[in-house]
Structures are given as structure tokens and as C-alpha cells.
Design a protein around this ligand. Structure first.
Ligand code: PGA
Length: 256
């Protein structure tokens, strides 16, 4: 399988922004700007409270719906949590897991990420598994060790078929929301290492089929150079996804 057989994926992570009405308006604007038959997958991840209404607005068309996190259980005494079955019920097809804000602001550990990945896969949803090093880890030359350690932990216990059902997102923590981006070459080197590890853990066809997104201050101005790298298969976009026009330009960069 060649790199070009991986369909690019551009994901908008709206984080803790937007009321229901604002989310619906933004989702409609994204849908309006997303070319219908283009060779790209596009998704948006609104806050939990807006998921149902956004799905009503966009349906199951060219823009897909993602949640920003979930619990690994579907029901029970888990106050404050939302499980994968309920996300599927409101129209989600993807779930972002292990985002660095979950890990570093809320103290989420590798083991929780692993259980969430397994739970999401068991419902036929696609996990977007986020990995990434902190600045001090990069400066200590530990980028690959940290990123591959997070990857190994998240995919522990999966067979190759399940691994093929995952998307990986490499997001250097120091590049998220800071305006600093990894250079395309530095990002590509980490993506290549991730793909090589997938090949070791599973097999060559699995490594070649899994999409690896880059995230961290992706904007219209830097998207094309990042997406031109052979192992960068898309982008997980935070800040720039809150503006439909900027997001559309990043989607265009993935098609071009
Ligand atoms: P950013 O966020 O694009 O605002 O850096 C990316 C992310 O956190 O997914």
C-alpha cells in the first residue's frame, strides 16, 4: 500500500468553546465549505452538550461528528461521565482520546487511555489516539521514547485488525495553542517512528493503513507544508478550527 492510499483526515477539536447555537452555526458553516466528493475526511468535535444538535444539523454527510473524550464504561455509577454507547447514540463516529489536555490538565494516565481505546473500538467507533512529548522531554532528547511509550500503552492488547480501526494523532505538547509548530521535517521524523512501531507491533499492511495526524498550531499558513510530508495523513486542529474559513483552507490544503 502506498502513502497516497491513506485518505487524509482533517479534524476540528473545538475544545471548551461554543454554546449549542454557536456550535450548530459553526458546523453548518464547515459543512457548507466542505467539498462533497473530495478525497478527504472532515470531522468536528464540539462540546458534549452540543453533539446532538450538531448531528441534527450536519447529519451523516461529508462532515463527521467526534467527541473529545469518553469514559470506558457504558453505564453505571460513574457520575459526570459519558460512555461510547451514548456517543454513538448521538451520532458520533470518532472519539478523540488521550489528548494532552486530558493527560496533563486532568491527570489522565496511559491505562485509562488504553481502556478507552478498547471501549470505543468495541462499539465500532474510531478512536483518535493522541500522543506527544512535553518541551522538557523534547529538550532531553526523549521525544521518541515518550511518544512510542504512549502509543504502546494505548494499543496494548489490540490485534492488527483493531489497530487498523484507530487513527493516531501526534501532538507535541509545546506546539498546542502556542503558535509554535514542529517543523515539517521534525514532525515527519516522529510520524515515521510511529509508523515503524506500528509495523513492529502489528504488521506492514497495518502500519501502512493507519492514518497519523499532526496537531499543534496547525493553520492555513503551515498546513500545506505539513500535509506534504509522506507520513502526515491529516491534521488535528484546535484554534484554527473555530473559524470556518480557516478550517476550510486547511481542508483544501489536504486535497491539493
Ligand atoms: P491548536 O490545538 O491547533 O490550537 O494548537 C490542537 C489540539 O489541541 O488538538
Amino acid at each position: 500500500m502506498s502513502a497516497s492510499s491513506r485518505r487524509p483526515l482533517i479534524a476540528g477539536n473545538w475544545k471548551l468553546h461554543n454554546t449549542v447555537a454557536e456550535s450548530v452555526e459553526l458546523a453548518r458553516a464547515v459543512l457548507h465549505r466542505t467539498p462533497r466528493d473530495a478525497a478527504v475526511d472532515v470531522l468536528v468535535a464540539p462540546v458534549f452538550t452540543a453533539l446532538y444538535a450538531v448531528h441534527e444539523a450536519i447529519g451523516d454527510g461529508s462532515v463527521r461528528l467526534a467527541a473529545q473524550d469518553c469514559h470506558f464504561e457504558d453505564r453505571g455509577a460513574f457520575t459526570g461521565e459519558v460512555g461510547p454507547a451514548l456517543l454513538k447514540d448521538v451520532g458520533c463516529t470518532f472519539v478523540i482520546l488521550g489528548h494532552s489536555e486530558r493527560r496533563h490538565v486532568f491527570g489522565e494516565l496511559d491505562e485509562a487511555v488504553r481502556r478507552k481505546v478498547a471501549a470505543v473500538l468495541s462499539h465500532g467507533l474510531t478512536p483518535i489516539v493522541c500522543v506527544g512529548e512535553k518541551l522538557e522531554e523534547r529538550e532531553a532528547d526523549r521525544t521518541e521514547a515518550v511518544v512510542l511509550g504512549q502509543l504502546d500503552a494505548a494499543l496494548e492488547g489490540l490485534d492488527a485488525e483493531s489497530a487498523r480501526g484507530c487513527v493516531i494523532a501526534y501532538e507535541p505538547v509545546w506546539a498546542i495553542g502556542t503558535g509554535r509548530t514542529a517543523s515539517p521535517e521534525d514532525a515527519e521524523a516522529v510520524h515515521r517512528a510511529i509508523r515503524a512501531r506500528l509495523g513492529e507491533r502489528f504488521d506492514g499492511p497495518t502500519a501502512e493503513s493507519v492514518r497519523i495526524l499532526y496537531g499543534g498550531s496547525v493553520k492555513p499558513a503551515n498546513a500545506a507544508a505539513l500535509l506534504a510530508q509522506p507520513d502526515i495523513d491529516g491534521a488535528l486542529v484546535g484554534g484554527a478550527s473555530l473559524d470556518a474559513e480557516s478550517f476550510a483552507e486547511i481542508v483544501q490544503a489536504a486535497i491539493a
